[in-house]
Write a protein that binds this ligand. Structure first.
Ligand code: PEP
Ligand code: MG
Length: 605
């Protein structure tokens, strides 16, 4: 039976494929595809784990029998007997090993996937005794996962290579020729990194907001995705056919033949539109009235520089360096040398164009694997995040600053600091920078002098712009956080996503003022939050005087198309009216600068 789940769209397009459901209790185990020649080894790991768990349970039975009271011990021994029976059931082991051999899941993933599917079968049984066996099945799963921990698995850095190797040969299919859709309760940004360049054609999560970092990484992967689709990971089953309509945030499960055809058509139309946009790649972004606009890329890894160039970016406006620190598993930070090589690769990859490197912004919904900090804080988004984190760990900060300064020798590097709000933080940051320069000087290591910039992403910063303009060469507005902190809306919480409003008059006031004051002071200002890559807001931002936008590479050509169509002389007055309105969305909808025909079809070429 077909049913739909509504969520929040995070990337455009339609994806159709079979569901790969990651059970919510499996979030903390690794999920990755193995190579066919690793099937034997992963299967052997399962067999060893089963043997170990059987021995463990038998030992436990002996202990219970000799130490427990008579009644309790009989009950427990019987319960453990059930566990033994289930564990030795050929169907359980067969199902797990099938996930390994046919789907090429790693052993841990195979256990969580198969246990989830059996426990659901038990859950749906009429007999209350059998229904209760669900808990036993889950306990067995946990025991198997614990046993697997002691056997060697593939190292995370090898996994990444394997993903890409596989992606090159079998893009978006599971070997059976069918695209795969990832369905999960939640995915941390670090998990998303793992899935980048992997085989998925789209993904759906139960939680998350439009500008959560998971959504941001999804957008950079350029695959249709829906977040905040509550309960989707429990409603959708392994192998269900799923359609993701990421234009409207709808997930259709088990669609009829007619629906499949209809969405297949829509998917092809989308692909056609994208290939048409490619023609704009080498066109300079100039408005109809001759205003030149810089369209920069947001990147997460040095290799992303290639896609930035491919999409016609004229620079990198935001390199989110925290992704170099995340998902390492071993708890180690990247060394100065490793960071230097990464920054240098990004700079050289951009062929002389400017590269804005932002110092680490971890915390809130971008936890480092090594910190359990977020888990026991009530408001991690208001806690030790971004520059606060850097200033609290000077050794780490110094290593990063030295690495960036050294990379600045190789090209046009700009250095950007996140989440500054206090003059004292600005001063401390600049002192740290001076110290890093002195150290390099003393070590006789060459370094460059990058331009310095501050993110304007806390209302306090937007309300004290003269101070920021005095200390920095450029500003970059982080609208994702500016909206979050102005409206007190957790950007990663789908339950308040309807209140996350870029067109709130307070947000527009801060944004407009930042652009105006920076321009007046003759300083460069850009927007690097998700608003910059959303074509709905391109005319408004141009009307407010913005001439530098930074976004995911995949959004650049669509925004460029809007820039080429725009006439800023007609946009300025309207943009002011939008900002002054009680209900800006209504004035936005007027779009007086285009004819009625295009107003109905804003995306047509
Ligand atoms: C922002 O806050 O808008 C921004 C660009 O930074 P991040 O999304 O990484 O917090
Ligand atoms: Mg931010």
């Amino acid at each position: 039976m077909t049913f739909t789940v509504q969520g929040i769209p995070v990337a455009r397009g339609v994806a159709i494929g079979r569901a790969v459901v990651i059970a919510s209790n499996g979030m903390d185990v690794a999920h990755y595809f193995i190579q066919p020649d690793e099937v034997e080894r992963e299967t052997a790991r399962i067999q060893d784990a089963v043997v170990n768990v059987v021995q463990e349970i038998m030992l436990l039975q002996e202990e219970v029998a000799s130490h427990g009271g008579k009644e309790i011990s009989q009950e427990l021994v019987a319960l453990l007997d059930v566990h033994l029976l289930l564990l030795q059931d050929p169907e359980l082991q067969g199902g797990i090993t099938q996930c390994i051999s046919e789907r090429l899941y790693n052993a841990e993933w195979a256990v969580t996937a198969h246990i989830a599917s059996i426990s659901r079968t038990f859950e749906e049984m009429d007999d209350p005794y059998l229904r209760e066996r669900k808990a036993d099945v889950e306990q067995i799963g946990e025991r198997l996962l614990a046993a697997l921990k002691s056997s060697e698995s593939i190292q995370p850095d090898q996994q990444t290579e394997r993903h890409s190797a596989r992606a090159q040969t079998t893009l978006m299919d599971d070997g059976a020729g069918e695209p795969l859709i990832l369905v999960a309760k939640d995915l941390a940004p670090a998990d998303m990194l793992q899935f980048r360049k992997s085989v998925f054609a789209g993904f759906v999560t139960d939680v998350g907001g439009k500008t959560s970092h998971t959504a941001i990484v999804a957008r950079s992967m350029d695959i249709p995705a829906v977040v905040g689709a509550r309960s989707s990971s429990t409603l959708i089953r392994q192998d269900d056919w799923v359609i993701i309509d990421a234009e409207v945030g709808v997930v259709l499960v088990n669609p009829s033949h007619i629906l499949l055809e209809e969405y297949g058509f829509k998917q092809r139309q989308g692909e056609l539109e994208r290939s048409r946009l490619k023609r704009l790649r080498n066109t300079v972004a100039v408005t109809m009235d001759g205003e030149r606009v810089e369209l920069h890329a947001n990147i997460e890894m040095p290799v992303d520089a290639a896609s930035a160039l491919q999409e016609g970016a004229t620079g990198v406006g935001l390199f989110r360096t925290e992704f170099l620190f995340m998902g390492r598993g071993d708890g180690a930070m990247p060394s100065e040398e490793e960071q230097y090589r990464a920054y240098k690769a990004a700079v050289e990859g951009m062929n002389g164009m400017p590269v804005t490197i932002r110092t680490i912004d971890v915390g809130a919904d971008k936890p480092l694997d090594t910190t359990a900090y977020e888990a026991h804080r009530t408001n991690p988004a208001l806690g030790l995040r971004a520059i606060r984190w850097s200033l609290a760990d000077p050794a780490m900060f110094q290593a990063q600053l030295r690495a960036i300064l050294r990379a600045a020798v190789h090209g046009q590097v700009k250095l950007l600091f996140p989440m500054l709000a206090h003059l004292s933080e600005i001063k401390q940051t600049l002192q740290q920078l001076a110290l890093a320069e002195q150290t390099l000087e003393a070590r006789q290591i060459p370094y460059g002098k990058p331009q310095l910039g501050a993110m304007i992403e806390i209302p306090a910063a937007a309300l004290m712009l003269p101070v920021f303009l005095r200390y920095f060469d450029f500003l970059s507005v982080g609208t994702n956080d500016l909206i979050q902190y102005t409206l007190a809306i957790d950007r990663a919480d789908e339950s308040v996503a309807h209140l996350y409003d870029p067109l709130h008059p307070a947000v527009l006031g801060l944004l407009a003022d930042t652009i105006r004051q920076a321009r007046k002071a003759g300083k460069e200002v850009s927007v690097c939050g998700e608003m910059a890559g959303d074509i709905t807001y391109t005319p408004l931002l141009l009307g407010l005087g913005l001439r530098c936008f930074s976004m995911h590479p995949t959004q650049i050509l669509a925004v460029k198309q809007e820039v080429l169509r725009a006439d800023t002389t007609k946009l300025n007055e309207w943009a002011q009216r939008v900002c002054m309105a009680d209900e800006p969305a209504k004035v936005m909808a007027e779009r007086p600068w285009i004819g009625a025909e295009r107003r109905q079809q804003p995306r047509a070429l």
